[in-house]
Ligand binder design. Structure first.
Ligand SMILES: [Zn+2]
Ligand SMILES: [Zn+2]
Length: 247
């Protein structure tokens, strides 16, 4: 049982970290810089951590930049205030995101500047075969542990969370982060700081702070707030892996 819990927790936090660090803070906001080789390493780690639900950084970034400009208005790609439930919000988000991945949708050029692009890798990582292979791997691991330790097959109910890890994190942040919690700033939108569950999303749920200071790498703004991803980024900065802006 412990192996399944460790696997779940590792997959959850690795996926959250690369989503917030690479897709959000780097690809969308350029809060730090790094050389081309390191950028490719981040691409690969993001793919490995998100696995079957890998999100293409450039499409994520374009959509996210629009979210900032149109936060909680009708043009926001995923404001919870324009959908009756989280599923319909995420289906619409998926449609817009897929449009940017395939090129069916285009955005104003100001949203498309300075995006990380690695076409060959995006094609491979985003293909149905690769996604299915990840899904098969998660399933095989669960079955192996269940059979080896004679555990209940109810553990398999956790598998859909592994299959959809990236979008599930996105759904929690987009829904809760603009609906539940407190505000430090008036951003003329409905962004909130959804504490105390924020640690599960490694700082991403400080949406109210982040919309006020969208280029600040530290999402925590008051003495009792803590952004674990920022601490990791500072360590990566001082070890020379990345270069944080404004440091
Ligand atoms: Zn937001
Ligand atoms: Zn942002």
């Amino acid at each position: 049982m412990i192996y399944l819990i460790i696997f779940f927790v590792l997959h959850w936090f690795a996926s959250v970290f690369f989503q917030t660090a690479f897709l959000h803070r780097y690809a969308s906001h350029k809060m730090f810089t790094m050389g081309p080789v390191r950028e490719k390493i981040f691409f690969i780690f993001t793919w490995m951590s998100q696995g079957s639900s890998y999100l293409v950084p450039r499409a994520y970034a374009v959509m996210h930049r629009m979210h900032h400009d149109f936060s909680d208005t009708e043009k926001d790609p995923h404001s919870p205030h324009f959908f009756k439930d989280v599923i319909s919000m995420m289906l619409k988000t998926k449609e817009i995101y897929t449009g940017f991945v395939t090129g069916k949708l285009t955005a104003a050029s100001k949203y498309c500047q300075d995006l990380p692009v690695w076409e060959k890798f995006e094609k491979f990582a985003g293909s149905s075969y690769t996604r299915l292979a990840w899904g098969a791997l998660y399933t095989a691991f669960y079955l192996l542990i269940i059979i080896k330790f004679d555990l209940s097959y109810f553990w398999l109910l956790l598998l859909p969370i592994h299959y959809l890890m990236g979008p599930i994190h996105g759904a929690i942040v987009n829904w809760c982060g603009h609906k539940y919690g407190y505000s430090n700033f008036n951003n003329h939108d409905k962004s909130k700081n959804s504490e105390p569950i924020g640690f599960l999303l490694m700082g991403e749920l400080f949406q109210n702070n982040h919309h006020k200071y969208p280029t600040s790498a530290n999402f925590a703004k008051r003495w009792f707030e803590f952004d674990p991803t920022y601490v990791i980024l500072v360590m990566m900065h001082y070890t020379g892996i990345i270069r944080l802006q404004n440091k």
